[in-house]
Design a binder for this molecule. Structure first.
Ligand SMILES: Nc1nc2c(ncn2[C@@H]2O[C@@H]3COP(=O)(O)O[C@H]4[C@@H](O)[C@H](n5cnc6c(=O)[nH]c(N)nc65)O[C@@H]4COP(=O)(O)O[C@H]3[C@H]2O)c(=O)[nH]1
Length: 820
């Protein structure tokens, strides 16, 4: 340690006397003043002095081998021992001898006999002085070393600024070493800008210390910044200057770098999209960036020093319970921690933000925790978006009802519960009757409105435990978990009740009907797929049975459906290969008995060579839209056959059935007339048979089509007349030429009076309106006679012939040989 007195140690005392008794007396007198060594031999005394370097030597003047003066001389001559204090001891008391002794460099003189107390005190004082001297010497050496070591330029200058001393022994400050600096003027030695500042100070101008910073230019030096300290010194009445210079270049550089770093950090923290709050180790806020200001509602100036719990109110978004700030966990566990899931922050002004992110401890360069930082960001929008996405993924956009995905989930769950608890689950597949027609005729916007209104109506029927989903364009599915037959019945009837209320579309009201297929777990199916498929089967049954009704599933139903499917495949195949067959049934003039026409009736041949009845595939062709292509193929084939018959001289009109869907076709008129033209058949030879219900579907369009066909010369017959609307209005409106009395009336007119009445009415109606009449299904002569009597012009039925293949029909026609 610097200036440490303990290093000086105990005083060393050497007693030299040829008389051992004197040595003993001296030792007693010097006791405790230091460490005592003694000898009777002066030569040994010199050796001991070199070795132990005594602080004090009590030296006898008269000794036989070498007198004390000589010993003293040799001690003083030797640099190793010259600093030892010598005190002569003698029995002589002459002044002359005392002078001589002192002139040899001794510092005191003791005469015998000794006054022990005085002697001890004098030696004690001498030893104290010696200790002080040694201390000063040591301090001087240490100070010197210190001055040489400090990285500060220390210099003394006289009143005229001439250098007296500096500690720059290596010349690292001004490229000149301390020794060479002495005597040089400050102006010459020091950098110009430093000197310009220094010369303003004079000894009189300031009392204290002057301090200033400069940026000197020193050739070949890395020193860019200095701090100068100037004070006045005074030694022996002469004033001068003490100038110290501290190299603060690296400090300045570090400060600048720190500033740049801080600024970069500040800009970064202020411009990032995340909120950042820093705290000390106790959780008191030390920094808060603008995003955090916005989310907490606290301004930086107000938040500084406040506890983070006051500034940042965190809570669980579900329970609204206050959440612990992760800053504390980060501080306690000294690690990065994530924010609790489901966390939200409530700002000072009551705004709520869903947040996520993490907190981390801040460490000093030694690794000690000095605070924590929490970084978080607003995920409210992301969460809202994901909720929306999940809603969109599970719901139908038009109605907001669950879609197939969610339905599957709910139904699976319902079936699992039902299996465990041995309960029933009902699935109702609800389909709008004639929706395709409504959608096409009213427009898709209206179609959407119908769907939405129906969704709203059905929602009224369901209870919260049920799931109502939209599973297709006009199809809804209602799942009744934990249900009973009674509940199914009641829900179904409620559905039909709400359907009594008409739908409001624009300014008009429409009545819409539904067909519902019902399948029940576990009675009808044990798994979800089959359950849904069976509801579908039941729904088709409801459609088939006339729509606007519900049907429960049965095995029989499924078989029918499979058969339907098989027929559909056959029909598609036959259409694609143009393999449909057309049979012809003769029409007979009842007055003359002559052949007067033929009805073309389509036939589908199955893979076994048998024929499939049109009753089984025409409705299916209508539902699937295949009837359009079917109609075209039948017409083309009938025209081809008609052409052949003509070549054999048979020129009778031919009737072809036309389905409702064909009226919806673009350019139906053009396409019919094109076929006639291509086959070179005059339109008068074509009669189109249309059912009453087909005419009713789009009044205006049908009127236009039939008008155009009539203008071209094509006749129109109303098929199955009497079974439908049988309205005079449409008979007038449309250009109808022929009425065909439905075969059910013909069959029963002999046994059923009312059927006979209907036949009579139709006949008189036709007569009044000047329409031709054809009676269908004549199987007996009686039927023929009655119809003839009543005035029906034309007959058709097995009585004359069943429908025949083209070549058979030709033979039939040729064999009868007479035509009307
Ligand atoms: N019991 C009985 N039946 C008789 C008698 N005379 C005729 N029939 C049957 O009555 C149906 C008359 O045809 P439709 O009323 O137009 O009824 C047709 C018609 O609506 C439809 N159809 C047939 N061919 C076509 C076609 O090419 N296009 C369209 N759209 N429908 C067709 O299929 C229906 C059924 O046709 P088919 O099975 O050929 O049945 C024919 C015919 O075979 C009889 O004396 N007794």
């Amino acid at each position: 340690m610097l200036f440490d007195l303990s290093k000086i140690g105990d005083s060393e005392i050497l007693i030299v006397d040829d008389e051992p008794a004197n040595i003993l007396i001296m030792e007693t007198a010097m006791k405790d003043l230091g460490h005592i060594t003694s000898t009777t031999n002066p030569i040994t005394a010199l050796e001991l002095s070199r070795k132990i370097r005594p602080d004090l030597i009590l030296l006898d003047l008269e000794m036989p081998e070498m007198n004390g003066l000589e010993v003293c001389r040799q001690l003083k001559e030797n640099p190793e021992t010259e600093s030892c204090m010598v005190v002569f001891v003698t029995s002589h008391n002459e002044k002359e001898l005392e002078y001589t002794s002192l002139s040899y460099g001794a510092c005191d003189f003791i005469t015998k006999p000794y006054d022990m107390a005085v002697c001890r005190m004098r030696m004690s004082n001498l030893l104290k002085m010696r200790q002080q001297e040694k201390l000063i010497e040591q301090s001087r050496r240490e100070l010197d070393a210190l001055v040489k070591q400090v990285p500060v330029f220390i210099s003394y200058w006289d009143i005229n600024w001439v250098n007296q001393y500096s500690n720059d022994f290596s010349g690292s400050w001004f490229n000149i070493c301390a020794e060479d600096m002495v005597g040089i003027h400050g102006e010459e030695l020091l950098p110009q800008d430093l000197w310009q500042k220094l010369e303003k100070y004079s000894v009189e101008s300031f009392q204290d210390i002057a301090q200033f910073e400069i940026q000197p230019w020193i050739p070949n030096s890395r020193i860019s910044h200095m701090q100068a300290n100037l004070s006045i010194t005074e030694e022996k009445g002469e004033k001068g200057y003490l100038l110290t210079l501290v190299d603060i270049s690296s400090l300045k550089r570090a400060k600048k770098e720190l500033f740049v770093e801080k600024e970069r950090l500040r800009v970064m923290l202020n411009s990032i999209g995340d909120a950042v709050i820093a705290t000390d180790t106790e959780g008191f806020v030390t920094f808060i960036n603008p995003i955090a200001e916005r989310m907490t509602g606290w301004r930086m100036r107000d938040a500084m020093g406040l506890h983070i719990d006051e500034v940042m109110y965190l809570q669980d978004s579900t329970t609204r319970q206050r959440s612990r700030n992760p800053v504390f966990l980060a501080l306690e566990e000294k690690r990065v921690v994530g924010m609790a899931f489901n966390c939200q922050i409530v700002s000072q002004d009551g705004n709520i933000f869903r947040v996520e992110d993490s907190a981390a401890p801040i460490r000093s360069e030694n690794g000690y925790i000095i605070g924590a930082i929490i970084v978080f960001h607003d995920v409210s929008e992301a969460i809202a978006m994901s909720v929306k996405m999940s809603f969109l993924a599970n719901h139908d956009q038009l109605t907001d009802l669950p879609n197939r995905v969610l339905l599957h989930d709910r139904l699976t769950q319902a079936l699992q519960v039902a299996e465990l608890a041995q309960l029933k689950v009902a699935v109702l597949l609800i389909d709008i009757d004639h929706f395709k027609y409504l959608n096409d005729s009213l427009g898709h916007n209206m179609g959407d409105t119908i769907i939405k209104q129906l969704a709203a109506k059905l929602a009224l029927v369901k209870d919260p435990a049920m799931t109502l989903a939209r599973v297709g364009g006009d199809e809804f599915m209602l799942v009744l978990p934990k249900t009973t037959a009674e509940q199914v019945q009641s829900v179904t009837s409620k559905i039909y009740q709400v359907m009594h209320q008409p739908f409001q579309l624009a300014d008009q009201q429409y009545s819409i009907s539904l067909s519902i297929g019902i399948s029940i777990y576990p009675d009808d199916a044990k798994d979800e797929d089959t359950l849904m498929r069976h509801a579908d089967v039941a729904m088709y049954r409801a459609k088939h049975e006339g729509r606007n009704r519900f049907c429960f599933f049965s095995d029989d139903l499924e078989k029918q459906l499979l058969q339907r499917h098989k027929i559909e495949l056959m029909l598609r195949e036959a259409l694609s290969r143009e393999q449909l067959e057309v049979f012809y049934q003769p029409k007979i003039d009842l007055n003359t008995g002559k052949l007067c026409g033929a009805e073309a009736l389509v036939r589908l041949r199955n893979h076994d060579g048998g024929l499939v009845s049109p009753i089984d595939f025409i409705p299916l062709a209508e539902e699937t839209g295949l009837v359009v292509e079917l109609g075209a193929q039948v017409l083309r084939q009938a025209c081809r056959e008609h052409k052949q018959w003509r070549e054999h001289g048979i020129t009778i009109p031919i009737s072809v059935n036309i389905a409702a869907a064909q009226f919806a076709e673009e350019e139906i008129v053009e396409s019919i007339l094109r076929i006639l033209k291509n086959m070179a058949i005059s339109p008068e030879y074509l009669e189109l048979e249309v059912t009453e219900s087909a005419l009713m579907q789009d009044f205006t369009k049908t009127e236009q089509i039939l008008g155009a066909l009539a203008n071209a010369g094509v006749s129109i017959a109303i098929d199955d007349f009497g079974t439908g609307y049988s309205s005079l209005a449409y008979l007038k409106k449309f250009n109808v030429d022929v009425l065909k009395i439905d075969q059910s009336f013909v069959r029963d007119m002999l046994s059923n009076g009312s059927d006979l009445d209907i036949v009579k009415t139709i006949i008189s109606l036709a007569r009044n309106m000047n329409l031709k009449l054809v009676a269908e299904g004549i199987e007996t002569q009686e039927q023929e006679s009655i119809l003839k009597q009543l005035g029906c012009g034309i007959g058709q039925g097995y009585w004359y012939s069943k429908p025949l293949p083209a070549d058979s029909f030709l033979k039939f026609a040729l064999s009868t040989a007479t035509f009307a």
